[in-house]
Design a protein around this ligand. Sequence first.
Ligand SMILES: Nc1ncnc2c1ncn2[C@@H]1O[C@H](COP(=O)(O)OP(=O)(O)O)[C@@H](O)[C@H]1O
Ligand SMILES: [Mg+2]
Length: 247
Amino acid sequence: MSLLSLRGVTCRFGGITALNRLTLDLPAGAITGVIGPNGAGKTTLFNCITGAYRPTEGEIALRGESLVGLPPHRIARRGIARTFQNIRLFHSMTVWEHLMVAQQGGGLRASLAPLGLSGPLPRRRAMAALERFGLEPYRDRLAATLPYGVMRRVELARALTAEPALLLLDEPVAGMNSQEAADLAALLHGLSGSGLTILLIEHDMSFVEQLCAQVHVLDFGTLIASGTPAEVRRIPAVIDAYLGVEA
Ligand SMILES: Nc1ncnc2c1ncn2[C@@H]1O[C@H](COP(=O)(O)OP(=O)(O)O)[C@@H](O)[C@H]1O
Ligand SMILES: [Mg+2]
């Protein structure tokens, strides 16, 4: 079953076509990869899905319901969370504060307030996130003082405190050492196993091969190939556009 569907999604900036009539379906409960050279439109795809950009044309739907034109916070509330290519944490906030703030202002919090759950529930969720991501030792550290791999885990924990159905990860491995990447792969594998749907932009092909059932290849905003990682690796257009150096 498809969780997210894109139909003919085009996103232009002046003369640049960052996404060109992109059509794809994201199966629920799987990790799907997006690869392609720099400037291919990968981050623009995430920006269109999350409402940061409005597509020039086309349709994006979550479980059949259109997302186009909704503001980012409403799309987030429907169950889509993301991390950013460049880490976006608040330097002078602690890990704990990040996890608590991530849960504020949502409809859920407001609707639970009359039941007296608005206090304990966010705390319980934040504590669960600390434990799940191995962040207890860093609970009261300011974000600015954390090692890089830990910052990435805080971003991921923050994205997941809202309990999304779909998680968008924009180059999460960039800057990680091999141990941090292996830990992240195990974590994502576990999240996927518990039903989370993940769309992963990543340059590290071994990471993609390890996790993704299906990969989509973008080049100049156009979808040039889709298939298993092993399949797309063999497609000449993909080798030309992207894998040439490696192959
Ligand atoms: N806000 C924007 N304004 C103008 N051009 C943009 C904007 N966002 C992205 N682009 C352009 O769209 C193209 C795709 O960018 P991007 O989606 O960031 O690629 P990728 O993430 O694959 O490296 C690039 O040419 C980029 O310069
Ligand atoms: Mg990008």
